[in-house]
Design a protein around this ligand. Structure first.
Ligand code: C2E
Ligand code: CA
Ligand code: CA
Length: 729
């Protein structure tokens, strides 16, 4: 196929050249032959004409001399009418074979003698009147040339008187024969030279063609062979052999094309290197990406297969990195990531654990950025968990030290999950997955820490996935969910003032599942949005159901999750349900946690402000577990704080918790907002909180969360007096 198309190009070039040369030769030859022919025709007819003319002239002259002689000699015989003498004079003339006829006529135009012995025409009038007119009337010579003969006639005088005339007819046959012969000779010569010319033209055409073919073969060779070289070069470039170079060294267009090919190969090499670098590296930090990490990890695994060596995979995920992006912008986020990448590598670089990660040897530490704020590290040659923990602590510390962004110092933390080879996995995927699970565990443990993977984590994850799957199923049948109520009491007068609505999941097989087991999962998967809406609706429905015997100030507090605040228009859900069940907004409270507010302060503030504008009270839940920031209380204008039960539980034995609880109550009082103590379990708790003038109590001391029916039976007597039941506790 290749050969064919190459030949075709070359062949076509030669063919076109030959065709052109042939065309030129044929045209030139034809023109030349045409003109030659024209000229020789002209020359031929001219020379024939000239010869005819000169022969005629000579004949004319000859005829005239005979006429002259006879007209002199015939004067006397005609005067004397001597027929014999006339005959004697005419006979010799007529014996000349050139002279066809001769006759003498008298002055009346009648024939006197016609040269024959017996004068047949004697006395007959001359037939040719033109002769008579010229000779007798005008007394001139007459001459006339026809195709075959020349007639000449002249007068015969004696003195001044005209006796008559004589007419001679001369044959042109000889002349015509001569001319025909000459014509033949000339055209024979002409034809001969024509064929000679044709022959020489054909010869030169063949010669020219041969020279043309040779030239075109030479030219096509000089064109085609570099093209073939370039084709070969292009194929090697196609195979990825970018170093291949053609050695064509010419100073023409082909030379330019050849050097363009060389340059193309060169720049393709650079581009390919760039592309493959980008394919295997993160463009921001220039660290290897996940693909390269996995590739190198697989190579490492292959080399470790038959050894007793151990190594560790670390997965670092920055904590609350999104806040940096949101608060300082993406450029700042990028700078921070670069700085973190730099800290990770430099802390491994200067590690004193007996290896140099950046040496060109096989034991290189691998560091990769595998996603927004996630980094993967492989620490080869580390035999003990202790050694790995040391490096990990070092990294946590390095990441944790303040980073300057926009002239501000930002502190970012990282959670690290660790998986060990071969205990926690023998494939790259398994090790990375388990490091990821361990990292989630570290996050769950309050971030800025690390955890080593354990088999239980896997079990937890499996359970988590199962819960998620079951939750999705449960959502199609909301009857699986129940809302239980835990009462809240005014600590001063023991009046029931409200209840917190707490969700329960009655799974058809697993039984009652507590919210601690599924709320976080619902939150992560977004399933909390339909669940939360159901909670608000159920609470409103319940208020409506209890309306006839509810104490005047009774409220139900519902817990709001972050997704409800940020992803769903919580206000519209509240107003829709309040309206649907005709419930006044003051009957509902919303509980939010500090960590929820921290995610996006301005967005959270907008959402909470509009919830408050609707008429709901907003309480800050789990106070004391997070930053417990006073600034938050002010900024978000909450109506109350709930002291987390972890503090209340320990106030009996823990001075610190006692002090903190007292401080929160004082602070809330000063800000003029309500304080709810959660987890009130014992009379000691009640007495202590009362002594610190805490407003509201909630906990097992009063009641565990109860299903609606039980709550109603226990706290709403027919008269609507809640205190009675309380006294009975
Ligand atoms: P929370 O908002 O802090 O709710 C109070 C939790 O403390 C409840 O656990 C309650 O049963 C428990 N509790 C109350 N008094 C005592 C006590 O004296 N001693 C002890 N040890 N515990 C007490 P529960 O119902 O398991 O709820 C756990 C968490 O689940 C809640 O914490 C809340 O964050 C979440 N949650 C519950 N229901 C919902 C809901 O409808 N929506 C959302 N988003 N979260 C909910
Ligand atoms: Ca709560
Ligand atoms: Ca709480």
């Amino acid at each position: 196929m290749d050969m064919k198309s190459k030949l075709r190009l070359q062949g076509r070039y030669i063919l076109v050249n030959i065709a052109m040369i042939m065309a030129i030769v044929i045209i030139l030859s034809s023109v030349q032959l045409y003109y030659f022919n024209q000229n020789s025709q002209k020359v031929l007819s001219q020379s024939t004409d000239n010869t005819t003319l000169s022969l005629l002239e000579q004949m004319h002259k000859r005829g005239l001399s005979v006429l002259d002689y006879l007209s002199e000699a015939l004067v006397n015989p005609l005067y004397q009418l001597d027929l014999d003498a006339t005959y004697r004079l005419l006979k010799p003339a007529l014996s000349n074979e050139e002279i066809l006829s001769a006759y003498v006529f008298d002055n009346k135009g009648n024939i006197f003698h016609d040269g024959n012995k017996v004068i047949v025409n004697f006395g007959h009038r001359v037939k040719n009147e033109a002769i008579l007119e010229a000779v007798l009337e005008q007394q001139k010579l007459y001459s006339f040339t026809s195709n075959d003969s020349l007639i000449i006639a002249g007068p015969i005088f004696i003195g001044d008187s005209q006796l008559g005339g004589i007419s001679l007819e001369l044959s042109l046959e000889n002349i015509n024969q001569d001319i025909a012969l000459m014509d033949k000779t000339i055209s024979a010569t002409n034809n001969e030279s024509l064929s000679q010319i044709t022959m020489s033209l054909v010869g030169s055409a063949i010669l020219l063609s041969v020279v043309g073919i040779a030239l075109s073969v030479m030219i096509s060779r000089s064109l085609i062979s570099p093209i073939l070289t370039l084709v070969k070069h292009a194929k090697s470039i196609g195979r990825g052999e970018y170093d291949a170079e053609n050695k064509i060294n010419r100073h023409d267009e082909i030379g330019e094309l050849a050097s363009a090919f060389n340059e193309m190969g060169h720049s393709l090499k650079i581009r390919t290197e760039e592309i493959s670098f980008l394919a295997y590296h993160d463009s921001l930090t220039l660290l290897p990406n996940r693909n390269l990490f996995v590739k190198q990890l697989k190579e490492l695994l292959a080399s470790y297969e038959h050894t007793q060596s151990h190594f560790a995979i670390l997965l670092i995920d920055l904590d609350n990195f999104k806040c940096v992006n949101d608060n300082y912008g993406h450029e700042a986020g990028d700078n921070l990531l670069c700085e973190v990448a730099c800290r990770i590598t430099s802390n491994l670089r200067h590690s004193d654990y007996g290896f140099n990660p950046f040496e060109e040897n096989h034991d290189n530490v691998l560091v990769a950025r595998i996603g927004g704020d996630e980094f993967l590290i492989c620490l080869p040659n580390l035999t003990s968990k202790y050694a790995v923990s040391k490096v990990t602590q070092r990294l946590i510390k390095a990441i944790r030290s303040p980073i300057a962004i926009d002239k501000e110092e930002v502190v970012i933390a990282g959670s690290i999950g660790i998986a060990h080879y071969p205990d926690d996995g023998v494939t790259a995927e398994e090790l990375i997955k388990n490091a990821d699970i361990a990292m989630y565990q570290a996050k769950g443990q309050g971030k800025n820490t690390f955890s080593h993977f354990t088999a239980e984590m896997n079990e937890k994850l499996r359970y988590r996935l199962e819960i998620e799957r079951e939750l999705r199923k449960g959502l199609s049948d909301l009857k699986q969910f129940e809302l239980w109520y835990q009462p809240q009491f005014d600590m001063n007068n023991n009046h029931l003032i409200g209840a917190e609505a707490l969700i329960r999941w009655r799974h058809p097989e697993k039984g009652l599942i507590s919210p601690d087991e599924f709320i976080a999962i619902a939150e992560e998967t977004g399933l909390i949005i339909p669940i939360g809406e159901w909670v608000v609706e159920s609470a409103c429905k319940q208020i409506r159901g209890w309306q006839s015997f509810l104490p005047h100030t009774f409220h139900i507090a519902v817990n709001l999750s972050a997704k409800q605040v940020y992803r769903q228009n919580a206000v519209s859900v509240f107003s829709k349900m309040l309206c649907k069940y005709q419930v006044p907004a003051s009957r509902l409270h919303a509980e939010v946690t500090e960590s929820l507010l921290m995610q996006d302060e301005s967005e959270a503030k907008k959402s909470l402000d509009s919830i408050r504008q609707l008429g709901l009270q907003v309480w800050l839940d789990d106070f004391g577990t997070g930053y417990s920031s006073l600034a938050y209380l002010r900024k978000f204008q909450v109506d109350g704080v709930k002291i987390d039960r972890s503090f209340v539980t320990d106030i009996e034995e823990d001075n610190y918790d006692r002090a903190l609880t007292s401080a929160v109550i004082t602070m809330a009082k000063n800000l003029n907002i309500s304080v709810v103590a959660e987890g009130v379990e014992t009379p000691f708790h009640v007495n202590f909180l009362k002594s610190r003038r805490c407003d509201i109590g909630q906990g097992y001391y009063y009641s565990k969360p109860l299903p609606a029916g039980e709550f109603e039976a226990r706290f709403f007597s027919k008269e609507g007096k809640a205190e009675k039941q309380l006294d009975a506790i």
